[in-house]
Design a protein around this ligand. Structure first.
Ligand SMILES: NC(=O)c1ccc[n+]([C@@H]2O[C@H](COP(=O)([O-])OP(=O)(O)OC[C@H]3O[C@@H](n4cnc5c(N)ncnc54)[C@H](O)[C@@H]3O)[C@@H](O)[C@H]2O)c1
Length: 359
């Protein structure tokens, strides 16, 4: 099978994950071109991986057209929507980093434009591919919990002022959002993936330890449509270092807790119907902790992208699936601004995420 060619738009922090994987960790894909508005960054990356580099994405696609099957959009979050809309017409499949967009209007625009142009839209939620997360999902699908009582996530990470100061877009409403949108968006997605659609949310937030527009700390209380309850606890104000990124699901017949820095280490696997051997075997297999908060999932995620393109399947996280956590995050902000419980689906009125200062 021919390798699929991937081009990168954006050569910043997360691009290192993509270049590393596409240059050496996948037989079915290869890195074919890179671009960044900051030409120096593009040049450094291009030279390091021996691929053509550009300062403009349109120029890159025009010149490398026959070598590009898919484009990974690794730009600041507030740019994703316009990048997708601008690129969809080239007929290349589009992989966009999380969060897919900052407003539901933008998310809908992206989904519609990709559909109209016959290209697939993939939203990166690599933590869904963490091994213990897949194992938990298997248990949920097999109904091993019986009635699910509660699901909770905790993001206790450390991001100091230097982190926010390294780029002007970080911690702004127009381009990034706060801890709910940036760091915790994976955990919000996982909670919904396990417990299903959310009926309502009530949330509070604070900007505790850094000087940014958005929140570095927040809590949300959820009620799911299936009657179960949920809690999201998210902060980048954990000091002096990262503590955990974790998820717990509790049901009438079992409890699972996944911890580690990036929801990647199985801590508890207790089911009424399990044997001791099963418990020991499952715990032993998933005890390993990842070396950093990006976790292990990007390789598996990109393999799903390739597989979906080859077999014309539906992606695990397409635009519609990626929109779900954005809707919940928007509802969290709506609740924070109004002081009220917000019921989904809803049309944002007071949510500031994705709005320019003058809006
Ligand atoms: N999945 C994850 O775990 C994960 C982890 C980190 C970051 N991210 C996401 O990845 C995205 C990028 O984050 P980052 O930390 O790499 O940001 P960054 O600021 O380090 O890099 C973004 C780069 O995009 C470039 N850029 C902007 N517009 C461009 C355009 N039109 N054409 C070409 N280049 C352009 C910028 O010059 C910059 O170099 C964000 O949306 C972030 O939320 C996801």
């Amino acid at each position: 099978m021919n390798k699929l060619g991937f081009a990168l738009v954006g050569c910043g922090r997360i691009s290192k994950k993509y270049t590393e994987i596409l240059s050496s960790q996948m037989e079915e894909a290869e890195l074919t071109a890179v671009c960044d508005l900051d030409r120096e960054k593009a040049e450094t990356t291009g030279k390091k991986f021996n691929v053509p580099f550009y300062g403009d994405m349109h120029e890159m696609i025009k010149e490398q057209d026959d070598k590009i099957d898919a484009i990974c959009i690794l730009t600041p979050s507030g740019n994703h929507a316009q990048n997708v809309v601008d690129l969809a017409g080239y007929g290349k499949h589009l992989v966009v980093e999380k969060p897919m967009a900052l407003t539901l209007t933008d998310a809908d625009r992206m989904i519609r434009t990709c559909d109209q142009n016959g290209v697939k839209l993939f939203v990166v939620k690599q933590n869904r591919y963490n091994l213990p997360v897949q194992k938990l999902r298997e248990a949920v699908e097999a109904n091993r919990f019986g009635k699910i009582v509660m699901g909770t996530v905790r993001v206790r990470w450390c991001r100091k002022q230097e982190y926010y100061d390294q780029d002007a877009w970080r911690g702004t409403w127009a381009m990034d959002g706060g801890v709910f949108t940036n760091q915790a968006s994976h955990h919000v997605d996982l909670l919904e993936w396990m417990l299903g659609e959310v009926e309502s949310v009530f949330a509070k937030s604070s900007t505790a330890l850094v000087d940014i527009e958005t929140e570095d700390t927040g809590v949300a209380v959820l009620r799911f449509k299936n009657g179960s309850l949920g809690i999201i606890e998210a902060t980048t104000a954990t000091r002096p270092k990262d503590l955990e990124g974790s998820l717990s699901v509790m049901g009438e017949k079992g409890t699972v807790e996944i911890g580690g820095f990036a929801v990647n280490q199985l801590k508890t696997w207790n089911f009424l119907d399990q044997t001791e051997e099963e418990q020991e075997q499952v715990l032993a297999q998933y005890r390993e902790n990842p070396p950093n908060v990006y976790g292990f999932g990007h390789v598996a995620y990109l393999k799903n992208v390739v597989d979906t393109i080859h077999h014309k399947n539906t992606a695990l996280v397409d635009g519609l699936e990626g929109r779900k956590s954005l809707e919940l995050i928007s509802a969290i902000y709506e609740s924070i601004e109004t002081g009220k419980e917000v019921f989904l689906s809803f049309t944002p009125q007071k949510c500031r995420l994705g709005l320019q200062n003058h809006e």
